[in-house]
Design a binder for this molecule. Structure first.
Ligand code: ADP
Length: 367
């Protein structure tokens, strides 16, 4: 029985020697995100940690050739990325602003802008891009993003929502989008739902594949979402980012197009290190924190009283600690969960949640 294509390509890449170390590029951990589909399409990223650009260029070409020569391979699409060998995997160093394209500069020494920055430029019709971040998953970041986008659209702003949560895209569920995105002239056409232009990584790639991605592949996907989607003219594009801080956030920051970030948290998560780290990443890269939204702040009881299941006042205090504005609190509404999970986020203007999101939207716009 022949081995799977990915294994055979991986083996072929072990024949490619990195002259800097004398070891092969697999052993050196330079090959990232290697995928071979049944049609013979191979994708991978080659991560350089230094070396001269000529040597890197030659090594990159050798790797591509080795993959191309494997039986059954039809196309090879490879990207070269660079990480400074000096940079420790801490937020502070990873988040350093990219003065000359930063730690992710051009490993092949081409006199070009980093591609993520170019992708940002193609969004010229978009006035403001705002990242929605959270320390952890499950705090309602996507629910808040969807409802905030609807509120902004209702206030007359041309609004887009980009679900860049590579590891758990939820916009397809939230907005009831189940069809594949259409492509027009090589550009992906966003969906128009509830007055919002919407696109999700989940509608472009298979999320189960994305789970295996590491840095360069994540960055490639974010770049594609930004540059290959026909966003058109927008006042605001909300980007639903994966929980925590990672490559997706760095990519967005490197695009140099972020106008600010909004942090969503539940009261008990507010004090956690993850939230602070997220805030720190944006601060250190000069991305303003537009504010903090407290989600699931309390449970509304039928008699109108509030049950503070996760404690009271924590979010306001945390916003103070983070020196960021407090944008508002969203209670737990069982019907909000039901509506979201059914693909119809609450947008009835008479529901109290609409008023809450409309006030938050005003603050976001006013920032
Ligand atoms: P995240 O994007 O942070 O992972 P989600 O937006 O997917 O979180 O929300 C997680 C779950 O919590 C979903 O089932 C969602 O419907 C529910 N949820 C989020 N916010 C609220 C809320 N304010 N009231 C009730 N349910 C909520």
């Amino acid at each position: 029985m022949t081995e799977p294509l990915t294994i055979r390509v991986r083996k072929a890449l072990t024949e490619v020697i990195n002259p800097e170390t004398g070891r092969n590029i697999i052993a050196d951990g330079m090959v990232q995100g290697l995928i071979a589909d049944p049609g013979g399409k191979v994708q991978f990223a080659l991560e350089f940690t230094g070396g001269s650009s000529e040597k890197n260029q030659a090594l990159f070409e050798n790797a591509k050739t080795a993959a191309t020569q494997v039986d059954g391979v039809t196309t090879v699409s490879a990207v070269a990325t660079a990480h400074s060998s000096k940079s420790a995997p801490t937020l502070a160093s990873k988040a350093a602003p990219p003065p000359s394209a930063g730690g992710h500069d051009n490993p092949l020494g081409m006199k070009k802008k980093p591609r993520i920055e170019e992708a940002g430029e193609t969004l010229s019709g978009v006035k403001r891009i705002i990242a929605i971040a959270s320390g952890k998953g499950g705090v309602g970041k996507s629910t808040v993003t969807a409802n905030l986008a609807i509120a902004l659209a209702r206030q007359g702003y041309k609004t887009g929502i980009l679900d860049a949560d590579i590891y758990g895209p939820s916009l397809p569920t939230l907005f009831g989008l189940h069809e594949k995105a259409a492509v027009n002239d090589g550009k992906v056409v966003p969906f128009e739902v509830h007055g919002v232009r919407a696109m999700s990584i989940g509608l472009i790639v298979d999320p189960t594949q994305a789970l295996a991605w590491r840095g360069p592949m994540v960055m490639g996907a974010i770049r594609q979402l930004m540059s290959d989607v026909e966003w058109g003219e927008l006042d605001i594009l909300l980007v639903d980012t994966p929980p925590g801080t990672g490559d997706a956030h760095i990519s967005l920051i490197q695009s140099k197009r972020l106008s600010g970030a909004v942090i969503v948290s539940t009261p008990q998560e507010m004090a956690l290190a993850d939230v602070r780290r997220g805030a720190q990443l944006f601060r250190k890269t000069d991305i303003p924190i537009i504010g903090v939204i407290e989600n699931m702040a309390w449970l509304e009881m039928p008699d109108g009283t509030k049950q503070y299941l996760f404690g009271e006042g924590g979010a306001k205090q945390a916003a103070l600690d983070l020196q960021a504005p407090f944008l508002g609190a969203v209670p737990i509404y069982p019907e909000l969960r039901e509506a979201s999970d059914a693909g119809t986020p609450i947008n009835a203007p008479d529901h109290p949640v609409s008023d809450i999101f409309s006030k938050i939207a005003e603050k976001v716009v006013a920032y």
